[in-house]
Design a protein around this ligand. Structure first.
Ligand code: H79
Length: 700
């Protein structure tokens, strides 16, 4: 793992099914088979969440002493809000940034206006980040803004300005604290300077609670308490529950994120059942599908850093940000987009420009974002969909907003699988441009004209009676799409009670195509096309999967003279697998298999395992490689699994067709810092992959 951590995460799955291919995602809300059915799981009925669910879009602000060095320390320019730890700055050196923190250009009204003009409905700002520095006047700490030349309570000013714009003020507050003497653990590198002494975590938690009490007492109504840094082993669920309850007792309506407790599953951000926290917090990532019944918010940087980094000019484009907002809303989530202000109190110009352009788009298209719920469709080839259902005793209507990212060159946009009659269609922002509609067998053809009206994302509004009726394409489940021996494939109708029909010759399914019933066997290259039928008519989009029959790689080597693999060890600090050619190994030994001892703690290290692997029967094999940090597997010199990069425990599976006999194998692995893990599993495609038996390896 890239960052120091005391969490040890064991590989969760003992065995892994080999590379399932599911061609249609299985999650969508309000999806029915022609009869309106309730969504599988409903969001809670808690009115406390209403404003937040309607808002969909907020501003994150990371600001603190770290804006002073602006990401630069010594030769490094890649630091940001983690600089105290990533540059290993001693505490008293870091404290000196206080003397330079004087953001004379800070204007709370300007910040709040930029958020409001961008269409954001709330602002979450770092009241204290991991460095422990408070941006407000804290009576329980001297390490706060009142100890800087600026001496103004930034949070008080921003809270007032934010509310004046009609936005909700929300606080980020770090649980992890690298400054408070009672917080444990110390960073590994600072132990000599800052021994644990009589540090007492309970006393730190009291301090944390005191600061949270200040923040929820002295600044009016707070929308969200956004905690972070909960992953350290010193934080536990008992503290988490108490902190959640403290927030709600001080402000019953406050919303608290899931990082208050220990339930978060890594950067994907969702919590397991039974943990405190009102919403999930995917970080720098957007879930592949919505999750019915779950509130969540993706937080993301505009460039590659949260705190201000003067060297980082790699900003996401406005188009990308607007499409991400549409993507997130189409999955029922919120988008919390980050700004890292400079030490003088202004926003980076690149951020200002993007906020303004997003605001222009929101002026026209905001109704396709605010108050919407997740798309009833699985995926749409040209963009995303959000919806509003207006239902009461007098009125039962649905509005679909089609966010078109890829405008059709033909001028006709195709929407497959819609069962409702479209009553009206129009383009947001251009009432004069008419949109004609033709519907045929579950497909709506929308005459939208040529030339995208909006360069980022154009929105078409469709209205219809009742809840949306969506005919989903069948899902195809196959162990792999490359085969040697015949494989079994199953096709499941997209909607209960409706039939799926398919072809294998590349033609479009018709009412006389084969009905999908039970698994079918694929033994040669082909393209499978499946579609959902109702009353003899195709009503859904098609699902297409191409299968390729491959010839196995010949076994060109023989058994090596020695058992096991040769493992060469290299030392160095890498963010990805190094180029091993030209590196000198510090040691080398015979290893039974591809694995690390349970007690392995070495950091800044890489391993290269080389040798041969025995295959007993010619066929297609799946290889699952689990590692923390990155790894890769090559067989006969060809990459089969690429699991590279800085990450926690992660498994990636690849397949290879191999002849019986001996093949060359290379497994590369590295660990920068933190947890270390490596395991290789294999099995014939379609069966369980298991830890590779040491007897299968040899080397020269
Ligand atoms: O404030 C910003 C970052 O400074 C902070 N969160 C955002 C909003 C942040 N701190 N650390 N990280 C982000 C990345 C940390 C990742 C990990 Fe983990 C912590 C890897 C291992 C421990 C996440 C939590 C994955 C497993 C547990």
């Amino acid at each position: 793992m890239p960052l120091p951590t005391t969490i040890s995460r064991l590989c969760a799955a003992a065995t892994l099914a080999a590379l399932p291919v599911v061609a249609t995602p299985a999650l969508a809300q309000s999806t029915t088979n022609g009869v309106a059915a309730p969504a599988q799981a409903q969001l809670s009925n808690d009115p406390r969440m209403d404003w937040w669910r309607d808002a969909r879009f907020g501003m994150f602000i990371h600001w603190g002493l770290y804006a002073v060095p602006a990401g630069e320390w010594g030769d490094g320019t890649g630091h940001a809000e983690w600089i105290r730890t990533t540059a290993q700055i001693p505490l008293d050196t870091y404290d000196q940034f206080r003397g330079q923190f004087n953001p004379v250009k800070f204007d709370a009204d300007e910040w709040a206006a930029m958020a409001a003009d961008a269409g954001m409905k709330y602002i979450v700002i770092t009241t204290k980040h991991h460095d422990g520095f408070a941006l407000y006047d804290s009576a329980v700490s001297d390490f706060d803004v009142m100890s800087t030349p600026f001496k103004r309570d930034i949070m008080a000013e921003l809270a007032e300005a934010t509310r004046a714009q009609g936005l909700e003020m929300c606080w980020y507050h770090s649980i992890m604290d690298w400054h408070h003497p009672d917080y444990l653990p110390r960073r590994g590198w600072e132990k000599a300077d800052r021994p644990d002494g009589d540090a007492d975590m309970d006393r730190y938690v009291q301090y944390l609670f005191n600061q949270v009490t200040e923040l929820l007492t002295n600044y009016g109504d707070i929308g969200v308490m956004w905690f972070d840094g909960e992953w350290e082993a010193t934080w536990n669920s008992t503290y988490g529950e108490a902190l959640y309850k403290l927030c709600r007792s001080l402000q019953p309506d406050v919303i608290v994120n899931n990082r208050v407790d220990k339930g978060r599953g890594g950067m994907a951000g969702m919590s397991d059942e039974g943990y405190f926290g009102d919403f999930g917090t995917p970080e720098q990532t957007i879930p592949a599908t919505g999750i019915p019944g779950v509130d969540w918010e993706t937080c993301m940087t505009m460039n590659g850093h949260w705190g201000y980094n003067a060297a980082d000019k790699d900003f996401k484009s406005t188009t990308d940000l607007i499409q991400k907002l549409g993507d997130i809303a189409s999955k029922g989530g919120n988008f919390l987009l980050n700004i890292g202000p400079k030490a003088d109190g202004t926003f980076p110009q690149e951020s200002i420009d993007r906020l303004r352009e997003i605001g222009d788009w929101m002026d026209v298209n905001g109704e396709a974002i605010y108050g919407t719920s997740a798309s009833p469709f699985d995926t749409l080839p040209w963009g995303r969909c959000t919806m509003k259902h207006h239902g009461d005793r007098h009125l039962d209507m649905t509005t679909l907003y089609l966010h078109v990212f890829d405008w059709p060159t033909s001028g006709v946009l195709r929407l497959d699988g819609l069962g409702n009659e479209v009553l009206s269609a129009k383009l947001l922002g251009d009432a004069d441009r008419s949109v004609g509609v033709e519907q045929h067998n579950g497909t709506a053809f929308l005459q939208v004209g040529t030339g995208a009206p909006d360069p980022h994302s154009s929105v078409i509004e469709l209205s219809m009676q009742g809840r949306p009726i969506v005919y989903r394409a069948p899902s195809v489940n196959a162990p792999a799409t490359r085969l040697y021996d015949p494989i079994e494939v199953s096709i499941t109708s997209g909607s209960k009670h409706l039939e799926a029909r398919y072809t294998l010759d590349g033609s479009e399914p018709t009412a006389s195509s084969t009905l999908a019933r039970g698994p079918l066997t694929i033994s040669d290259s082909c393209t499978l096309i499946a579609q959902t039928f109702r009353d003899g008519k195709p009503v859904s989009a098609t699902t297409r999967v191409t299968f390729e029959k491959v010839s196995p790689q010949p076994a060109t080597v023989t058994r090596g003279a020695h058992d096991g693999l040769r493992c060469a060890v290299f030392e160095g600090e890498w963010d990805a697998l190094p180029d091993f050619t030209g590196l000198t190994a510090t040691e080398s030994f015979a290893s039974d298999t591809v694995a690390l001892p349970d007690t392995y703690t070495k950091e800044r290290v890489a391993h290269r395992y080389t040798g041969r692997i025995r295959i007993d029967h010619t066929g297609m094999y799946a290889f699952a490689l689990t590692s923390d940090d990155g790894s890769a597997l090559a067989i006969n010199g060809t990459t089969v699994v690429d699991n590279d990069g800085l990450h926690g425990s992660k498994t990636i599976t690849g397949v290879a067709a191999l002849e019986a006999g001996w093949h060359t194998i290379t497994v590369d692995w590295f660990n920068k810092t933190g947890g270390a893990e490596l395991a290789l599993r294999m099995g014939p495609v379609g069966s369980e992959a298991e830890i590779v038996d040491p007897g299968r390896f040899s080397h020269e």
